[in-house]
Design a binder for this molecule. Structure first.
Ligand SMILES: Cc1cc2nc3c(=O)[nH]c(=O)nc-3n(C[C@H](O)[C@H](O)[C@H](O)COP(=O)(O)O)c2cc1C
Length: 158
């Protein structure tokens, strides 16, 4: 299992899809906040999901999730998946993205790299524990983020 990338660019500039559920029912959304690292002796991916997202329900209801990365030509699609909710559009049959089983979760055939993650931790990022200006900027109007840590159990390359 090996993955080399410029991790700051990869999340912040390239973006990713966070997907949870199974082939019968799943949801996906664009993320640009995230991290890769090590904790409890495991390689992990960390993602942050506002409790208002439809994907949040799937993150809570699933043991696994995937974080997948796409070529530049898919950026427009990622823009749509990051601005519309699966409550309002059918993200399971999104044009140009073919859902496929990825370990015990779901990704898309068009992904260059998919990290298959086993959820091992969840915690709410409490605004009261943040620097005041961050709490004010990000949470005075919007729902909080829950942080999920997943053990990276597989890396699938196209
Ligand atoms: C570039 C980009 C990055 C985003 N990153 C995050 C993120 O890290 N966490 C989050 O909760 N929402 C993030 N969003 C917002 C969700 O993708 C967006 O609200 C989406 O419509 C949620 O879909 P859902 O309701 O189907 O889950 C991002 C959106 C864009 C366009």
């Amino acid at each position: 299992m090996n993955f080399t990338t410029d991790i700051f660019e990869t999340f912040d500039k390239q973006w990713a899809l966070l997907t949870a559920g199974n082939m019968e029912k799943f949801n996906t959304m664009t993320i640009s906040w995230g991290g890769l690292g090590t904790i409890w002796g495991m390689p992990v991916a960390t993602v942050y999901v506002r409790t208002s997202r439809y994907t949040h329900e799937f993150m809570d209801g699933s043991e696994y999730f995937t974080v997948s990365f796409y070529p530049e030509e898919k950026k427009k699609d990622l823009g749509v998946l990051g601005s519309k909710s699966g409550r309002d559009i059918d993200k399971m049959h999104f044009p140009g993205l073919t859902a496929t089983e990825a370990g015990k979760s779901v990704s898309f055939e068009e992904a260059e790299v998919t990290l298959v993650c086993r959820k091992v931790f969840k915690q709410t990022l409490e605004p009261e524990n943040m620097e005041g200006k961050i709490a004010e900027q990000f949470y005075s109007k919007d729902a909080v983020h829950d942080m999920y840590i997943g053990e990276v159990v597989d890396i699938i390359r196209r």
